[in-house]
Write a protein that binds this ligand. Structure first.
Ligand SMILES: Nc1nc2c(ncn2[C@@H]2O[C@H](COP(=O)(O)OP(=O)(O)O)[C@@H](O)[C@H]2O)c(=O)[nH]1
Ligand SMILES: [Mg+2]
Length: 447
């Protein structure tokens, strides 16, 4: 028989090639799928290869060969009759006696009546008579089970990925079929927790490159490696900046900026309480949030309870004077009015306040309850205020923490604090990369 090898990017295309070259009754002897190109397994291209020959002449039972039925390669013998819908009544039962090769099948109308039930193809006898045959059947069923599991998981991951990316499934996901189970599980976990798709790809590729194949089979080792890589994406300050006189002679001056309602005032009160009550430092408060009477009252109430001086300022000139009047403090904490990232004019006004003070630290406050794209856009607009740190608030209320990974990386600033509830002063903690990485995988902060 004259054999030919056909190659294409998908099985369907390759089969179409075979059909158009050798006809619909072509005999398929071998199929193989392999990958070409790409870097570290990502971006590889799949190539499907089919070796086929022309239809075999009619005659006694030919050597086992696969054939095309409606574009699907199947083994000729051992196809259980219940899976085959035959148009003609008189047909030799499958697996019994010699059957003509498909090539010689009497002009069966093509395609065969549709829709047809799924057809299983196996090389093992379904009624094994020997131990060897039983073992072959067992092995084949086991490998089908594994394959099916992989297919289901790849399709689950692909769906998640497509939802995240809002686009089709990238080549990287298609290439995931061969990922070890622990890595695949963590990959879907990242996507379930709303980690940006491209970032999840990057993390998984990094872990895979880091570990040996033995290590990749161990769930604990894979998890630790992933946490290490995730932590690297969310750098944190790791210590509270000590209050006290700074090299420029001024008290440590910290401003909080961010959109309305994210928790700036509450967080400022928590920080003030921590400096004063836990560290015994002398703290002064300033607010420029005079747009809402309630906003000043809110901070005044906290200042009264904690026992701190509060200055309310209306202009950039006044804020400089207020800082000078608090020069004997160890720390000056500045609250600001929330600014919509869509309101360029007011954002510019806030920028003038901040520039007049030149704080030692400006913390951008972002609520973890916002979506990744919203946080990213907000951070972009507030970049005009030259923030130096990021505070994530409301970690207790966020549905998933995955977006924090992408946002932190995009902003390129260290994390300073997380807040985890409404209570002043308790619901605040120093940011820790590892803790956040664990929380992202767990879906919540865990003790
Ligand atoms: N669940 C939860 N609520 C918070 C947290 N931080 C602040 N809040 C609440 O968010 C609302 C707005 O807070 P506020 O400090 O006034 O926000 P601002 O407009 O940015 O100053 C208030 O009801 C706070 O109690 C937090 O970490 N978790
Ligand atoms: Mg406020």
């Amino acid at each position: 028989m004259e054999l030919k090898t056909f190659r294409a990017s998908t099985m369907a295309l390759c089969l179409a090639e075979v059909k158009s070259n050798l006809g619909k009754d072509a005999v398929i002897l071998h199929t193989r799928t392999h990958k070409v190109g790409g870097v570290m397994g990502l971006g590889t291209r799949q190539v499907v290869e089919i070796t086929a020959g022309p239809p075999a002449p009619p005659g006694p039972r030919a050597a086992p060969a696969r054939r095309l039925v409606n574009g699907t390669p199947v083994r000729d013998e051992f196809v259980p009759t219940e899976f085959v819908q035959r148009p003609a009544p008189a047909e030799t039962p499958a697996g019994v006696g010699p059957r003509p090769a498909l090539a010689a099948a009497p002009a069966a109308p093509e395609p065969v009546a549709a829709p047809r039930p799924p057809r299983l193809a196996t090389t093992a006898s379904l009624a094994p008579t020997s131990d060897a045959a039983r073992s072959t059947l067992h092995d084949e069923l086991a490998s089908i089970k594994v394959l099916l599991g992989q297919v289901l998981q790849v399709s689950r991951v692909a769906t998640l990925h497509a939802q995240r990316a809002g686009a089709g499934v990238p080549a990287a996901v298609v290439a995931l079929g061969g990922l070890p189970r622990p890595l695949m599980d963590l990959y879907s976990r990242l996507l379930e927790q709303d980690v940006d798709g491209a970032m999840a790809d990057e993390l998984i590729a990094a872990v895979r490159d880091d570990l040996t194949s033995d290590e990749l089979a161990d769930e604990g080792t894979v998890r630790q490696a992933l946490l290490r890589h995730m932590s690297a994406f969310v750098p944190a300050v790791d210590r509270v900046t000590p209050a006290g006189r700074q090299p420029d002679g001024r008290p440590l001056t910290i401003a909080l900026v961010g959109p309305t309602g994210v928790g700036k005032t509450t967080t400022l009160a928590k920080l003030a309480a921590a400096y004063k009550l836990r560290q015994g430092k002398k703290v002064g408060l300033i607010t420029s949030d005079t747009y809402r009477i309630a906003a000043v009252d809110q901070l005044r109430t906290y200042a009264g309870i904690i026992g701190l001086p509060l200055k309310v300022v209306l202009t950039p000139g006044e804020i400089v004077a207020a800082c000078q009047s608090l020069a004997d403090c160890d720390a000056i904490l500045i609250d600001s009015a929330g600014r919509s990232q869509h309101d360029a004019g007011r954002l510019d006004e806030l920028r003038k306040f901040v520039e007049a003070v030149a704080p030692h630290e400006t913390h951008l406050v972002l609520s973890a309850t916002a979506s990744g794209p919203v946080m990213a856009r907000t951070a972009e607009r507030f970049a005009a205020l030259a923030p130096t740190r990021v505070i994530f608030t409301k970690l207790d209320e966020a549905v998933s923490l995955g977006p924090l990974l992408g946002v932190t990386r995009r902003v390129g600033l260290k994390l300073s604090y997380f807040t985890t509830g409404q209570e002043v002063p308790d619901h605040i903690e120093l940011a820790h990369s590892d803790r956040l990485a664990r929380a992202i995988l767990a879906g919540e902060l865990v003790a």
